[in-house]
Design a protein around this ligand. Structure first.
Ligand code: APR
Length: 224
């Protein structure tokens, strides 16, 4: 079976009704990124940050995987599929994808502010009152700007074994995620599905200028 590695971003979940970050109606509107997505912001105003991610977590219960997520899950019948996502939602998993690596963390998890290995599933609201066994507060299990990406080396290993790479719905603005596809071996076919793709991408990348669902349908035809 050929190994397809999918690199997904916020555009993957756009058709499920979750706002992207950098499109006009993006999630950051009304929220200063430095306040809600940096360790400094969290230190300055923890309750604002807890509340921001509590809202995002609640939203997960109102949204469903879209056709694009479902098609990727179905592709596991014919391909080995690994998904590396920048998204903190769980829509790939809920669609049935079995191998999903979250580069930027997960909304449905919390972790200790002190022991980064102490991570637990979290469904309800998270506040300063929630503590780890040593009494240190928990925080959202999200990789904020300026923080290391713990899943990076695993992501690179996965990409190195790809026969085909499919980038979906990302503006390729945030590193290291944006440069991950460059770890693919030379003969790997790279597709990029996005209605408004990033400028200046490598000429060898095959562009499918469509939304995720329609773009994945087209990809499936091209792979036949
Ligand atoms: N289908 C596919 N792509 C779409 C769709 C759609 N229906 N709608 C919009 N897009 C595309 C946009 O054209 C854009 O290129 O999705 C992309 C979204 O880009 P961003 O909002 O920048 O999201 P992303 O690239 O995932 O952001 C990366 O930034 O703030 C951080 O940690 C956060 O993981 C996030 C990272």
């Amino acid at each position: 079976m050929k190994h397809i590695v999918v690199l997904s971003g916020a555009g993957m979940s756009a058709e499920s009704g979750i706002s992207t970050f950098r499109d006009a109606d993006g999630l950051w509107e009304g929220h200063d990124v430095m306040e809600v997505a940096t360790p400094e912001g969290f230190r300055k105003n923890p309750s604002l940050v807890y509340d921001f991610y509590n809202q995002r977590r609640k939203q997960l219960f109102d949204v469903k995987p879209n056709k694009g997520h479902q098609l990727l899950a179905e592709l596991e019948k014919n391909y080995q599929i690994s998904i590396i996502t920048q998204n903190v939602d769980d829509l790939h998993e809920r669609a049935g994808s079995t191998k999903v690596l979250h580069l930027h963390g997960e909304l449905r998890k919390a972790r200790s502010t002190v022991d980064s290995q102490y991570i637990l599933n979290w469904e309800k609201d998270l506040t300063e009152k929630n503590k780890d066994p040593n009494g240190y507060p928990l925080r959202p299990h999200i990789v904020w700007f300026g923080e290391a990406v713990p899943a990076l080396s695993e992501a690179i290993e996965v990409i190195e074994t790809a026969d085909i790479i499919v980038i979906i719905g990302t503006s390729l603005q945030v590193y290291p995620a944006a440069s991950l596809y460059e770890y693919a071996s030379e003969n790997t076919d790279v597709f990029y599905i996005d209605p408004n793709p990033a400028d200046g991408i490598n000429a060898s990348i095959q562009l499918i200028k469509k939304g995720a669902s329609e773009g994945i349908k087209e990809l499936i035809q091209l792979l036949k």
